[in-house]
Every structure is written in structure tokens, then in C-alpha cells.
Write a protein that binds this ligand. Sequence first.
Ligand SMILES: [Zn+2]
Length: 281
Amino acid sequence: MSLIPDGEIVELDTGVYARLHEGLTNSGIIIGDDSVLVIDSLRMPSFARSLMEDVRKLTDKPVKYVIDTHSHWDHSWGNQEFPEAAIIGHENCYSEMVDVEWNEEWKNKILSSGDAWSDEANVVTITPPEITYQDSMRIYFGGREIILKYLGKAHTSGDTFIHLPKERIVFTGDVAQDGGVPYLGDSYPDEWLDTDDRMAELPVDRFVSGHGPVGDINALKTARDFIHSLVGSMKSAIADGKDSKTASDSVLTKLQGQYGNWRSFDRLGESLPAVYHKLIK
Ligand SMILES: [Zn+2]
């Protein structure tokens, strides 16, 4: 069920939904006793409004909380559509969202991309979290315990994991996907390894990624293995004295066999030079 084409709302537990949007960005919807918690407000105001239309199909309770899994535009630039809600994110997510220059670069990329939503970037008012946390935060919501966890830098400097311990579910943002390559351009490859190891220890059965399908624990561990393999092979190429291009090619060759059929693998080559330069310094 979903109003959008290529969209699907999956009920993971009573009142806990993943709203999957194939090829674009997912969100989460958790319904409490008298209000709703949304995970990620999506890429543009119109996408947030469409998300709200789907929420309205489930309940007429108001949205009280919006959690940003991280600062990236396709997850958080719909925040302005939730003026009545408290926006929550990690404090590094806040810092990234108030970094005017960095967001201006993203805006220019979006405006020049020619995508259907490009022009709408002009009407976005970037709305950072008003409640932030450092290590973890608990929300007791509709008789349910929701734990926001910071496990270290990874896909960005401020990735939040939203863990539902009783339901054994975690929302991972863009740190892990089931069968997809995360964007690496703003990443912290060295720290990502340890963050992923902590992520793989979470007591969960399923995870909802920012992109792609709902995955099981094995897929979560494979997502960790992918980052380990990528960063490990880039580090050994650097240790062998390879230049950026040769190192990036060797990493692609190394990963091709096991991960070549993953979503966005074809775009991985573009961001490997950035990973090289982050690891060599
Ligand atoms: Zn992202």
C-alpha cells in the first residue's frame, strides 16, 4: 500500500512501518498512542507531503517527532513540512545541516542534475534538528522503546541508528543497504569500519535502510563486509604505492565478483578517488 508509484508500505510490527520507495529514499513511520514518529522527511517538500498523505492513510494522529538518520538532502530536505514536529538528529547531523557552503554545493548539484525535482531545491529551507544528542537517546513512544544510537562516523559524521530492541529492528539510514552500495562522497572510510562492527553487533533480526528493501541480519553483516573489503583493499593498494586511478581500479576489480550486481555498483568508481584521498592523508 502506498500512494506513490514504485512505493510500498511494509508493516514490520504493529504500528511500525517501512515506507519503501524503489530507486529513491525510504522512510519509517511509527504510530504511538496519540501521535506519529517519522524517520526521514525525504528529499523535497513535495516528497514530504506525499509521505504525509501515506501517513494519513494509516492514521489521523499528528506527527510529533521527525528523526533525521543523517543530514543528506534526500533524507532531510522535507523537514520544513513538519513545523509542528520536533526534529531530532545527532549533533554532527546538526553541524552538517548548518554548514551553508556544503549545502550550497549539494543544492547546485541537484539544480544541475536535471531530475524531476531539481527546481524544487530553490524552495527548500534547510531545517536542522532542534533536539540533538551525543551518544544515545531514548524515546518512550506508544509503549515502545526507541533508542537512537550514535556508533561513530561512517556514511557521514552524524549517522543515527534507530533501534527498536523489543521488535529487533534497526533503521540504518545510509550506513548499510541490503544489496546496494552506499554513497561514499561524504564518508569517513577509516572510522566506518569500527562503526560497522558495532552495527553488526546490534541485537536485531531486520533492518530498514535509507534505500532498497528491508534486509535481514545476514544482509546487515554483508553490508559491513562490503565496507571492510572496500576500505581494506584501498588501504593495501595505497600501501603498494598505487596512484589514485590504479588503486581505484584494483578496488573495483576486487569487489566486482561478490558485489558487482549490487545497486549503484556502477557508480562506485566515481567516489573511489575521494576514498583514496581520505585514506592517504
Ligand atoms: Zn546519505
